[in-house]
Design a protein around this ligand. Structure first.
Ligand code: SAH
Length: 257
C-alpha cells in the first residue's frame, strides 16, 4: 500500500506500529511472570471474563488463555496489533474464547461489574497508574482482581541521570510502597507486588530487537522517524543496562473489596 496519500502523523504511527508488530512482545515481561501473577488470582472459571488492556499482539494474553478456561478480551488502540492478536489466537485455536478488539483504555466498552479480572502488562502508563486503577475499578465484580505491571523505583534515592530520564518519560514512576498505597486507597486489597526479573527486559524485550532494528533500518534507510525511533529505543536500553538496580517493572495485584 502506498503511503503517498497519508499525512505524516498517520505514516509515523503506522511505521512505529510496524516495528513493534515485528517483535513478539511490545514491552518487558515473560510467561513466567505472567503465570506467577496469575497464581495470586483464585476466582476464575469458564464463566469468568478477563480483559487484557493494552494487549499489543497478545504475547501475555495467549499465556493467560492457555492457563485458564475463562473468556478473554484483548483491547488495544492499534488496529495492526489487534489483527496480529486475532491471527495468533487462531493459530493457537483459541479464537472461540479469545478475542482482540480495537479500543481505548480510557473509554472501556464493558458493563459495570462485568469483569472478573483486569490484566495489563506494560501499558497502564498510557493513562497513568493511578488513573487506570481508579477508573477500571467499576468494571470489576466484587472480589475481582486487577494485575498490572508498572515501572517503579526500587530505591528512595537514585542517580540524577536516571531520575531525570524517567521524570521526563513518565513522571508517575514511584516506589513500590507508594504504588501499593495507591491500590489500597483506590479500593483494592493490595494482594501482592513482585519485581520482574532482569531477563524480562534483556532477553525477552531488548535482545529480539537487535535483529528487528537491523531489518527495519534496512527497509527504511532514509526515514527520519525510523531512525529516531531506533535511536530512542537504543538509548532506553543503555539506560536500563546502566541503572537497572534502581528501577524495573513491578507486577501489582489487587482484589476489589
Ligand atoms: N501488553 C503488551 C503490550 C505493551 S506495549 C506486552 O506486554 O507485550 C503498550 C501497549 O499499549 C501498546 O500495544 C499500545 O498500542 C497500547 N496502548 C497505548 N495507548 C492505549 C490506549 N489508550 N488504549 C489501549 N491501548 C493503548
Amino acid at each position: 500500500m502506498s503511503n503517498e496519500n497519508k499525512n505524516i502523523h498517520e505514516f509515523d504511527f503506522n511505521l512505529i506500529c510496524e516495528y513493534f508488530s515485528s517483535i513478539e512482545r511490545q514491552g518487558p515481561g515473560s510467561p513466567e511472570s505472567t503465570l506467577k501473577a496469575l497464581g495470586f488470582i483464585d476466582n476464575l472459571s469458564n464463566q469468568s471474563v478477563i480483559a487484557d488492556l493494552g494487549c499489543g499482539t497478545g504475547g501475555q494474553t495467549m499465556v493467560l488463555a492457555q492457563h485458564t478456561t475463562a473468556k478473554l478480551v484483548g483491547l488495544d488502540l492499534f488496529p495492526g496489533f489487534i489483527d496480529r492478536f486475532n491471527e495468533n489466537a487462531a493459530i493457537l485455536n483459541l479464537q472461540d474464547r479469545v478475542k482482540g478488539i480495537v479500543g481505548s483504555m480510557d473509554e472501556l466498552p464493558f458493563q459495570a461489574e462485568e469483569l472478573d479480572l483486569i490484566w495489563s502488562e506494560g501499558a497502564i502508563y498510557n493513562i497513568g497508574f493511578e488513573r487506570g486503577i481508579n477508573e477500571w475499578l467499576k468494571f470489576l465484580k466484587t472480589g475481582g482482581y486487577i494485575a498490572v505491571t508498572e515501572a517503579s523505583w526500587f530505591t528512595d534515592e537514585r542517580p540524577a541521570e536516571i531520575n531525570d530520564f524517567w521524570n521526563e518519560a513518565y513522571p508517575e514512576i514511584d516506589t513500590i510502597p507508594i504504588k501499593m498505597g495507591q491500590l489500597q486507597k483506590a479500593g483494592y486489597i493490595p494482594v501482592a507486588a513482585f519485581c520482574l526479573s532482569e531477563y524480562c527486559w534483556t532477553k525477552n524485550f531488548y535482545e529480539p530487537q537487535v535483529e528487528a532494528q537491523k531489518v527495519f533500518l534496512q527497509k527504511y534507510p532514509d526515514n527520519q522517524t525510523a531512525k529516531e525511533l531506533i535511536t530512542n529505543l537504543r538509548f532506553e536500553e543503555e539506560m536500563y543496562q546502566q541503572y537497572k538496580d534502581y528501577y524495573g517493572y513491578v507486577f501489582y495485584i489487587g482484589k476489589k473489596l
